[in-house]
Design a protein around this ligand. Structure first.
Ligand SMILES: [Zn+2]
Length: 398
């Protein structure tokens, strides 16, 4: 890849191609291929989507076009110098498709008492070795530039889901100032690399996209303030942060339905860290384009399957001799081959394969649901799809 290509081609292009009410179907074009939206992005915390091989993520069964990497985890272990020396995150993990990295802020936030927030940034203790670390907008941009992800997230400050007004307002203002600092540091690094040729390997910045994050907990007016400030700075895409962090589900949907339609229509809208398949569909109905969540992978490892008829707990004794597939409507390789009885046995026996197979099915179900969502928007049938999907869950939930 030549440097000309870095400079001349935009890091990200977004085209809305069909709309059904607020729901949109479109294409997100990155240097590493076209991603059809709405899209679900599996979470690859520490350079791996847990319990699944990259070949399977690329297979027809799943065909994940973009995955997430967690800045916090990769920064602390193996460390940025190691990832850089290995040619950036794509080369290090051998993944040619698109990557999005978070800012590290959310993981630090979830450490709770172990952190101290100031105007400058956040001081915290590493969960790996207890060492004192410091995360600022500048550090986050530097780390994500070194990782070489295709989509970089600004460093934000997340107030708890049920935070009081005053506390939330402070957090929104700080998030606004950090967004500016993130933008400045990001631009300086992208320009520096393009001008001086300090790109040690393709993918080490020079052509990354930067997304802003809107905060404001459950306070709609503060959400609008945050939206205005974030759009004022200007980003390639906009994310709704700080949801699914302990607030009531009704609060979450109040925020999404009020905020998403107000977000710039010509940029991708990303809902961070949410949620179940039915949450995704509701958010799509409000105009959201991108999602990530640990639910399909994490719940897969704890014996819970997502199916077209609701959640299924594989530990349940009722499956002991059940010869049916996990989901009779799913065509993934797990559902084509294995029975509930066998999967239950694997899980109870503590076999690694239980995690692998349940993760595979869950990801297949999430990704396939999003494929159906896209098709239904394109054909103008999204309202019908949404109604039928929900009815089937309600009628058959375990
Ligand atoms: Zn399946």
């Amino acid at each position: 890849m030549t440097q000309d290509l870095f400079v001349s081609s935009p890091a990200l292009r977004f085209d809305v191609q069909a709309q059904n009410g607020e729901a949109r179907a479109g294409a997100l074009t990155t240097r590493r291929g076209v991603i059809e939206t709405p899209v679900f992005m599996p979470v690859g915390t520490a350079g791996t989507v847990k319990a699944i091989r990259f070949e399977e993520l690329e297979s027809k069964d799943l065909d994940a076009k973009i995955i997430l990497g967690n800045t916090y985890h990769l920064w602390l272990r193996p460390g940025i110098e190691t990832v850089k020396a290995c040619g950036g995150l794509h080369r290090f993990i051998s993944w040619d498709r698109a990557l999005l990295t978070d800012s590290g802020g959310f993981q630090v936030w979830s450490l709770g008492a172990l952190r101290k927030i100031t105007e400058e940034g956040t001081e915290f203790r590493s969960h790996v070795d207890g060492s004192l670390q410091f995360l600022s907008p500048e550090v986050s941009m530097e780390v994500q530039a070194a990782l070489g992800s295709d989509i970089v997230m600004v460093l934000d400050e997340c107030a708890p889901g049920n935070a009081a007004y005053e506390e939330t307002e402070k957090s929104v203002r700080l998030t606004g100032r950090w967004a500016r600092r993130s933008r400045t540091a990001f631009d300086r690094m992208q320009v520096d690399d393009a001008d001086t040729g300090h790109i040690e390997a393709p993918g080490l910045s020079g052509s990354q996209a930067l997304f802003g994050i809107i905060q404001g907990a459950g306070h709609l007016d503060l959400r609008r303030v945050s939206l205005e400030e974030t759009v004022g700075v200007g980003f390639d895409g906009y994310a709704i942060g700080g949801l699914s962090v302990g607030e009531e589900k009704s609060v979450m949907f109040d925020v999404i339905s009020d905020l998403a339609p107000r977000m710039p229509a010509d940029k991708p809208r990303y809902l961070m860290g949410v949620g179940t398949p039915e949450d995704l569909i509701e958010a799509v109905a409000n105009g959201v384009d991108m999602f990530d969540c640990v639910l399909p992978t994490r719940n897969g490892r704890t014996g819970q399957a997502f199916t077209s008829r609701g959640k299924l707990n594989i530990k349940n004794s009722r499956w002991v001799r059940d010869q049916r597939a996990l989901d009779e409507d799913c065509r993934c390789m797990v559902c084509r081959r294995h029975t509930r009885a066998y999967l239950r046995h694997l899980y109870l026996a503590g076999e690694i394969l239980a995690s692998i197979l349940l993760t595979h099915h869950n990801l297949a179900f999430f990704l396939d649901t999003m494929r159906s969502v896209r098709q239904s928007i394109r054909s103008g049938d999204f309202p019908k799809f949404r109604r039928e999907f929900t009815e089937r869950l309600d009628a058959n939930g375990e």
